[in-house]
Structures are given as C-alpha cells and as structure tokens.
Design a protein around this ligand. Structure first.
Ligand code: COA
Length: 265
C-alpha cells in the first residue's frame, strides 16, 4: 500500500492509496476536540478535497476507547455568549465541510462518540461503528446544548421523537441500539473497523467519480430542500452526469460486458 504520512499537532493524516485516513489524536483527552483540533480537521478535509489523487476520507480516533469524546470541556468553560456562538459557528463550518465534501466521507467510530464527536460523525456521509462504540449528545447534563449541528442532523437521521429523547435525557446509546435506530450503517468488530471502512471506501471508488459526486450533492443538498425543489436539483445533476465521459464509459462497459474503467480526475 502506498502510504504517505503528514503531520499535524492533534490529528494524523495518512494516505492509503486513494483513501485519506484522518485520525484525531489526543488520546490523553479521549480525542476531545479543542478549537485547534477543529482547525486542523478543517484544514485536512480541505486538503483532501483539493487533492485530485484522493477519492474518499475516513475519520476516526486514536486508541481503542474513544472516537471523539466531545468538545474539549475545559475550553468551553470560560466562554461567554458571543465566544460560545462563535465557536459553535466555527465547529459547524468544519462539520459542514465534511458533509458538503464532494467525495465520500466515512466515520469509523471506534469508541465514545459523544457531543462534538457524535456531531462530527453525523456530518460524515456514512457511519461504521465498532462493537464497543457509544454515541450520545450529553450536553444538557453540562447545562449546554449541542452546538455543532447535533440538534439539526440527529432528528433528520433517526426521527424527531428519538432525537429529542436522546438529546433531552443525554442518554448514551451503544452500537447495537445505534444500528437499530439508523444512527449507524453497520457495526463490526473493533479489530476489523478500519479495514471495513477502507473496503467500503474502495467499493465506492470503483464507481464513476462524477456520478458519486452528483449523488452526494443531490442527497446532501436535496435533504435541505422542499421535495419538488430537491427533485429538480436531482434532474439537474442527472443532466450534468449525462454530459460526462463517465456515463459514456459506464454504459459502454455494460454493453461490452467488461468492467468500467473510470478516470479519476
Ligand atoms: N473534554 C475534555 N477532556 C475530556 C473530555 C472532554 N470532552 N472527555 C474526556 N476527557 C478527559 C478527562 O478529563 C480525562 O482527563 P484527565 O486524565 O486529565 O483527568 C481523560 O480524558 C480520560 O477521561 P475519563 O473521564 O477519566 O475516562 P472514563 O473512562 O472514566 O470516562 C467518558 C469516559 C467518555 C464517559 C468521560 O470521559 C466523559 O463523560 N467525557 C465527557 C463527554 C462529554 O460530555 N462530551 C460532550 C462535551 S460538550
């Protein structure tokens, strides 16, 4: 495997072929995200978007105990109203970047995904969980509310009633329940998590890259539009894809009874 390692202070970024593995690396704080960590995640995701050689990103946490145990509580403590709103907007912008990324983003949740950690996973397009994963938005117990999109994305994923129950009680959800309520796509043994995430990324990467991008745009953008507008948006993307060599190659490969050979740009 052609692996390249770049270094940041609070995250690790590894290129495994066309798959970028972004690991939040503050194990002594259970990978809690302070502002500097958020800045690094934002920088690394933007670098991934800009790198034509990279096709998919997986987000995980270092160690076997935590994905990300939330925003750094020590850093939140001294915030006044204006700074709190500012940090919420900043964190949201990083989570938005993951969600609006034109290439697939996969959360490989390897343990506690609490508060901001749960919210970062909600920003990813797909969530895989290890069997020891625990999800939760426990903010109300700290006298605050989720500020990185949790109150917006969790209800869209699991339904308003379930989301309200979880956010209002702060109750933590183990992997099997997370799977049952649709919070995660799949649960796998912890030892297999990163291999499964990479396998999933590679499965997506075998498909037409422009079609993959158009699906993400249609689903993500469509999710925030009224149905009629979302359908128009989908038709627009369908039209754009029809003008690409990817569609020509994909259809021709089927007719020729051979695997498609899509070009990564
Ligand atoms: N912010 C800052 N530090 C955190 C943290 C967070 N969100 N979550 C964990 N840590 C730190 C702990 O303070 C501790 O540091 P220390 O060794 O310097 O005291 C270290 O990580 C290990 O955590 P600890 O609580 O000792 O581990 P545990 O196994 O007993 O409990 C959790 C694990 C995840 C249940 C517990 O750490 C926790 O509840 N964390 C906060 C989760 C949360 O509320 N997140 C939302 C924040 S808005």
């Amino acid at each position: 495997m052609n692996a390249t390692t770049m270094s940041y202070r609070f995250i690790l970024v590894e290129h495994r072929g066309a798959v970028t593995v972004l690991t939040v690396n503050r194990p002594d704080k259970l990978n809690a995200v302070n502002r500097a960590t958020f800045e690094e995640i934002g920088h690394a995701v933007q670098a991934f978007i800009d790198d034509d050689a990279q096709g998919a990103l997986t987000l995980t946490g270092s160690g076997q105990k935590a994905f990300i145990a939330g925003a750094d509580i020590g850093e939140l403590q001294p915030l006044g109203p204006s700074a709190a709103e500012d940090i919420s907007r900043f964190g949201q912008s990083v989570v938005n970047l993951l969600e609006q990324c034109p290439k697939p983003t996969i959360a490989a949740v390897n343990g506690f995904a609490l508060g901001g950690g749960c919210e970062l996973s909600l920003g990813c397009h797909i969530r895989l969980a290890s069997d020891n994963a625990v999800f939760g938005l426990p903010e109300v117990g700290l006298g605050v509310i989720p500020g990185y999109g949790g109150t917006v994305r969790l209800p869209r994923l699991v339904g308003q009633g379930r989301a309200l129950e979880l956010v209002l009680t702060g109750r933590k959800v183990k992997a099997d329940e997370a799977l049952a309520i649709g919070l995660v796509n799949r649960v796998v043994p912890q030892a297999e998590l990163m291999a499964e995430a990479e396998k999933l990324a590679l499965t997506i990467l075998r498909n037409g890259p422009l079609a993959v991008q158009a699906v993400i745009e249609s689903v993500v953008r469509g999710g925030s539009l009224p149905v009629a507008e979302a359908l128009r948006f989908e038709s627009g993307r369908f039209g754009i894809v029809a003008s690409t060599e990817d569609m020509h190659e994909g259809l021709q490969a089927f007719l020729d009874k051979r695997p498609a050979n899509f070009r990564r740009r």
